[in-house]
Design a protein around this ligand. Structure first.
Ligand SMILES: Nc1ncnc2c1ncn2[C@@H]1O[C@H](COP(=O)(O)OP(=O)(O)OP(=O)(O)O)[C@@H](O)[C@H]1O
Length: 276
């Protein structure tokens, strides 16, 4: 569904992503892990056209075969079926949950331009939005404004908006960020559900989630892939343990408790987040 070859990104003298060959198969759920500064966000930014690579190629497969998206814009990669849930999204904070998802479904359908000439389109997109909210477990919050959602519900809304784009490949960007440890099970259920009919690439710091949901784990360190394989094998790999212990997150690999944000408050909106 997605592959990179020799993918490299340099910022001045720093190589943030270093010659990465990566492939995501149909129906696969692959997690990308690594210590802080390993290059995970830069890799996601390259895949989604937010950043342009210094070297290497990115290809996605659609019905007609492989397409080179190395220099594609975010809009072009999205229209080829590659969608990303952002840790901080462009959610409209004062709009309702339903409106946010309805607008995303409308934009993805291409109906926006002919919207006023197509009386049935609005109802169709509302129905689609309700179906997606049901799927991610947000039906009860459909008429709540996005800004008043809990942290966990905001992450669910981000996934809902990504689903509204009708993606083939879903890039999940820390879906557990800021979520209380009690809600981890809900996030695991959500990831497993969306992975049942999409290829998923997950960046997630919580090893409990990574070990639970992944078919395969790829480990980045200083921009390069240092290990990949099934979750247990990767967890026990001495090279991986060394990378974590030598990094900023000593002890975090497999220490599932310390991965939850101790300041997470799942009961209310995040006053510091600014947007939903
Ligand atoms: N725009 C930029 N300009 C210069 N350096 C950057 C830029 N973006 C990222 N970097 C550097 O590239 C390296 C990789 O950063 P990146 O954010 O991709 O890592 P990460 O694995 O996502 O980290 P974290 O887990 O902390 O989010 C870091 O050393 C970072 O400081």
């Amino acid at each position: 569904m997605l592959r990179t070859s020799g993918l490299t990104k340099q910022f001045g003298g720093l190589t943030a992503v270093d010659d990465v060959d990566f492939a995501l198969g149909e129906g696969e759920l692959c997690s990308l892990i690594g210590p802080n500064g390993a290059g995970k966000t830069t890799f996601f930014d390259l895949l989604t056209g937010v950043l342009t690579p210094t070297a290497g190629t990115i290809e996605v497969r659609d019905r007609e075969g492989w397409r080179d998206v190395t220099d594609a814009t975010p809009y072009e990669t999205a229209s080829l079926g590659l969608h990303r849930s952002y840790q901080i999204t462009n959610v409209f904070p004062t709009s309702t949950v339903l409106e946010n998802v309805r607008v995303a479904a409308q934009a993805a359908s291409g109906d926006a331009a002919k919207f006023w000439r197509n009386a049935g389109a609005f109802e169709r997109h509302v129905e689609e939005a309700h179906r997606i909210l049901d799927r991610v477990g947000l039906s009860a919050e459909a008429h709540t404004t996005a800004e008043s959602l809990s942290h966990g519900a905001k992450r669910q809304l981000e996934v809902a908006i990504a689903l509204a784009g009708d993606p083939d490949v879903l890039l999940l960007d820390e879906p557990n960020a800021g979520v209380s440890s009690e809600s981890v099970g809900r996030i695991i259920d959500l990831i497993e559900d969306v992975a049942s009919d999409h290829a998923v690439l997950l960046v997630e710091h919580n090893m409990d989630i990574v070990m639970n949901v992944s078919d395969r784990v790829v480990v980045l360190n200083q921009g390069a892939v240092i290990a990949e394989g099934e979750p247990e094998a990767v967890r026990n790999d001495p090279t991986v343990q060394e990378a974590y212990l030598g990094g900023y997150e000593a002890g975090s690999l497999g220490d599932t408790e310390s991965d939850s944000d101790p300041t997470a408050d799942d009961a209310g909106a995040d006053p510091e987040e600014g947007t939903a």
